[in-house]
Design a protein around this ligand. Structure first.
Ligand code: PNS
Length: 168
């Protein structure tokens, strides 16, 4: 039984993430998408909102489970009884950070292996931060995220702008 974890912030989930989820789920028995609740960062969406969006956009993939986590990835992997971590590699710019993370995790727990999956060419430029930036300036994000995510991002940006206006 091969259970793997695909961890990330997913703020918000993009077509690039969904591509990796689909392809990893196809080669594993169970894929756990670990959604990081990082208290040091202030994401656009709460962890509950990110989990909900991921649940929605992966509902047709039967062996995928969305689980929030805090703290170290290796502890989460142990808790989930998963020995494999999947990470997507978009371009050479991702490599240094990913290598450092994979080697650190392996040092912390040598039973955990990180497997890299190259992102499909269609999504190699795509990131959640780019999606947030385009949406913040009123740009069209329909080719980067599913429709239900686009609606949530647009709604959230509007709310944020109203809040910012009020606090001035
Ligand atoms: O989507 P992201 O932001 O690139 O994902 C990064 C993530 C969540 C995989 C990484 O930040 C992480 O694993 N955080 C948990 C804390 C941890 O284990 N840090 C040590 C790894 S070097």
């Amino acid at each position: 039984m091969l259970r793997a974890i695909y961890p990330g912030t997913f703020d918000p989930v993009t077509f690039g993430h969904i591509d990796i989820i689909r392809r990893s789920a196809a080669i594993t028995d169970e894929l756990i998408v670990g959604v990081l609740q990082n208290k040091a960062k202030t994401p656009l969406f709460s962890v509950e909102e990110r989990v909900k969006m991921l649940d929605e956009v992966t509902k047709e993939i039967k062996n995928v489970k969305i689980v929030p986590f805090e703290g170290l990835l290796i502890d989460f992997a142990k808790e989930m009884k998963a020995k494999v971590v999947v990470r997507g590699l978009r371009a050479v710019t991702d490599f240094e950070y990913e290598l450092q993370m994979a080697q650190t995790n392996h040092k912390l727990n040598s039973e955990i292996e990180t497997l890299f999956m190259t992102t499909s060419l269609d999504y190699s430029y795509l990131s959640s931060s780019i999606v947030r930036e385009i949406a913040a300036f009123g740009g069209d994000i329909s080719q980067f995220v599913p429709e239900e995510v686009m609606e949530q991002v647009t709604k959230k940006i509007k709310e944020k702008k109203i809040q910012e206006k009020r606090s001035v």
